[in-house]
Design a protein around this ligand. Structure first.
Ligand code: NAD
Ligand code: TDX
Length: 347
């Protein structure tokens, strides 16, 4: 097994990245982390508030900046006062992550998700550094609503949206750098995450904050699309498991058997927040929207012994609602702009 001492966490000021930094600082306090984040609309420095200074170096910058990335890996850019060991692993979260945005303009998706991943792979190769790539089940396209099948590590790549296609491209680059250059890589493809720090553009936070802001929730189409929900905490523990004990060159699917259709999730949110179950609007569906995602995580469970801890989805939703209630000043600045953008898309 591998015991990282200093991890470069790209996109560590975003939703899952920030949760991962908090998780590592809590569970493995001997590990230092350098977060490299461009602080796009989706990243906030304050997401890392509370992480002990001894665990964290924050660098505001872009993963496409090859010189900056090189300086971090060669230790030239070490801003932390205390001596820290050289970076010995990259955990790569940084991405443009929202499907609806990729339909409006795919160009930042190609830059960050494809070129940015390439820049990091080249730097990792020069320094022979362990590389864990964070990816998504969306690279496999979708499943039908009326079948039992789930995605496995052997499912064919068949991405539907510009976002998914850019993530699929990044997966292929990682696989090629392993096969051709011998880079020590692992990949995880996870299903839909929920939890604190998720941007209000995403389904669950959008509906919660709509209700809190006095706006009716918005359901795409008939709400029959199915997503396989996992607590972001469980995703973080899976990433740690794969980074430290995963086999080099392998892909692991991450999921926790949390399949629900969108209308059922919305009904749960409305009920938990004391609203009428019909108190929402139907809006335009997403062009080309995927029907169903479902993960078979057998490989991760049997090979590495990972088990999810937060499997009561309703309890997880209730905790997430509490978090957004208690953090209005965190999400409110993004709310009006996000809703205005959706209004123009008929969402
Ligand atoms: P997010 O949009 O909340 O955060 C992305 C972070 O990356 C932000 O902090 C942003 O500032 C940063 N970033 C963007 N472009 C950058 C660049 N060029 N250079 C440096 N930093 C940049 O995304 P998220 O939901 O936390 O997703 C993180 C990763 O997990 C992504 O790779 C995504 O594809 C993957 N993933 C997400 C989910 C999900 O349900 N959210 C599920 C599976 C996989
Ligand atoms: O207001 C909404 N109403 C609605 O019905 C929004 C924003 C979404 N939806 C629907 C569309 C999808 O069927 O909810 C479902 C989930 O939508 P998103 O939150 O946008 O997530 P999804 O498209 O499934 O992608 C997410 O999971 C996989 C993440 O955003 C990706 O980064 C990850 O790769």
């Amino acid at each position: 097994s591998f015991a990282p001492q200093h991890i470069l966490v790209t996109g560590g000021a975003g939703f899952i990245g920030a949760n991962f930094v908090h998780w590592v600082a809590r569970n493995h306090p001997q590990v230092h982390m350098t977060v490299l984040d461009a602080l796009t609309y989706a990243g906030k420095r304050e997401n890392l508030d509370g992480v002990p200074a001894a665990n964290l170096t924050f660098v505001h910058g872009n993963i496409c900046d090859a010189e900056l990335v090189e300086s971090l890996l060669s230790g030239l850019n070490q801003r932390s006062a205390a001596a820290v060991p050289p970076i010995d692993a990259i955990v790569h979260f940084a991405a443009e992550s929202h499907n609806d945005n990729s339909i409006l303009d795919a160009s930042p998706f190609l830059n960050t998700n494809v070129t940015g991943t390439y820049v990091l792979l080249e730097a990792a190769r020069r320094h022979d550094i362990r590389f864990h790539h964070i990816s998504t089940d969306e690279v496999y396209g979708d499943l039908a609503l009326d079948e039992q099948r789930k995605f496995t590590e052997l499912s064919p790549y068949k991405p539907s949206s510009p976002y998914s296609a850019s993530k699929a491209a990044s997966d292929h680059l990682v696989r090629a750098w392993h096969r051709t250059h011998g880079l020590k890589t692992t990949i995880s493809n996870c299903s839909n995450n929920y939890g604190p720090y998720q941007h209000v553009e995403k389904f669950i936070p959008r509906q919660i904050t709509n209700i809190l802001a006095g706006i009716r929730p918005k359901l795409y189409g008939q709400g029959l699309a199915v997503r396989d929900w996992i607590s972001v905490e469980d995703h973080c523990s899976a990433i740690w498991t794969i980074l430290t004990r995963g086999r080099i060159g392998e892909t692991y699917l991450v999921g926790a058997n949390g399949e629900y259709n969108n209308i059922d999730v919305l009904h749960m949110i409305l009920k938990l927040m004391g609203r009428d179950a019909n108190d929402f609007d139907h809006v335009n569906d997403r062009p080309g929207g995927d029907k169903r995602y479902a993960i078979d995580a057998t490989k991760l469970q049997t090979e590495l012994g990972w088990v999810p801890k937060y499997t009561d989805f309703k309890e997880g939703l209730a905790a997430t609602i509490d978090w957004y209630r208690a953090h209005e000043s965190w999400w409110m600045p993004d709310k009006a702009g996000t809703e205005e953008k959706y209004r123009k898309q008929g969402h």
